[in-house]
Design a protein around this ligand. Structure first.
Ligand SMILES: Cc1cc2nc3c(=O)[nH]c(=O)nc-3n(C[C@H](O)[C@H](O)[C@H](O)COP(=O)(O)O)c2cc1C
Length: 306
């Protein structure tokens, strides 16, 4: 087995809970005299994987690594820290990868919970730090506090869920078995909306609507990730008739709701996307979503290590 693959396994071990600084070594093949031991933490090994070749080797995990007379710290292959801004190391990268892999769209929430005001502030601040076209910042968040209003929003979503089932034809029954929202149970309900267009031209001359929608989606993604590091779940609900929701929430002409966001403590995060667990669809490998030069041409020269 090539050494690059071992580094991939190191990344997987972290995903399953081993600390990034767990001692770990790649032992390259050879006689005892010529054996070379590259020892470092799990996270560093995983991050440096692209620098390793396809030689055969062994992965050793645990304190015994340090007993080897051949022990040497692996040399970092990361570029030198550029000036300005924070510098990140292998452990940061490993944690970010775990955060991205562990973010889930949640539909099951613990009932009767609250979110601390300071926590909610941090989340909304994260949402506000998103990139946006021409720095337009086309996001507004309506916090739904009124219980009756929440109920009416749930009704609007229920109506659209039925319409979706009808549109799905033979998969209707499978679809109706899926839970698609946690509006009544979640601690906080937010509606993410586009404000009336402010006429920004910068970056949106050719695709004005798409660019505002993308900007709001970036903001929601920030919120999603920020919620995960607060150990809170977030579920994105898009099944609703926007005009009905806009009217219910007294939005001005030109404003448009884009997402209903269910936010709050959960019993447990799904280990994999719920739609995957329920056999609806699976995540495709990233390599299948990347082409080289022209549409459909797969990369063929780059060995994969992540
Ligand atoms: C734009 C958008 C709209 C979505 N709408 C819904 C929805 O109405 N109901 C739902 O249950 N999930 C919805 N989702 C969540 C997706 O089903 C989920 O992201 C996907 O299955 C992958 O799962 P994961 O987010 O846990 O990785 C939506 C996600 C996005 C990005």
């Amino acid at each position: 087995m090539g050494v690059r693959r071992l580094a991939h396994i190191a990344a997987e071990l972290q995903r399953h809970g081993l600390a990034p600084d767990t001692p770990a070594a790649l032992v390259f093949d050879g006689t005892r005299e010529s054996q070379s031991v590259v020892a470092t933490g799990l996270a560093a090994l995983a991050a440096q994987a692209p620098a390793y070749d396809e030689r055969p080797g062994l992965l050793i995990v645990g304190e015994t690594v340090r007993l080897s007379p051949h022990y040497r710290e692996a040399e970092a292959v990361a570029p030198a820290a550029p000036p300005g801004g924070e510098h990140y190391g292998p452990a940061d990268r490993a944690r970010l990868q775990r955060l991205l892999a562990g973010r889930r769209d949640m539909r099951h929430f613990r009932r009767g919970q609250n979110i601390e005001p300071q926590t909610l502030d941090r989340l909304l601040q994260a949402a506000n730090q998103a990139p946006s076209v021409g720095m337009m910042q086309p996001w507004r968040y309506l916090r739904v506090r009124d219980a009756a209003l929440r109920e009416r929003i749930a009704d609007i979503v229920a109506a659209e869920r039925d319409a979706t089932a009808a549109a799905l034809g033979e998969r209707a029954a499978d679809f109706l078995r899926l839970k698609v929202e946690g509006i009544r149970e979640c601690a906080e309900l937010l509606v993410a909306a586009l404000p009336p267009d402010d006429g920004t031209v910068f970056g949106r001359r050719t695709m004005p609507r798409e660019m505002v929608v993308c900007s709001l989606a970036c903001s929601i993604q920030n919120l999603w990730l920020a919620a995960r590091v607060e150990n809170l779940g977030l579920g994105w609900v898009s099944m609703f008739e926007p005009a009905r929701l806009a009217e219910l929430l007294a939005m001005p002409a030109g404003a448009e709701p884009l997402a209903i966001l269910c936010l709050g403590p959960v019993e447990a995060f799904y280990a994999a996307p719920m739609l995957e667990q329920e056999g609806w669809r699976t995540r495709r490998p990233w390599q299948d979503a990347v082409y080289e030069d022209v549409w459909g041409a797969s990369p063929n020269s780059r060995a994969s290590s992540v």
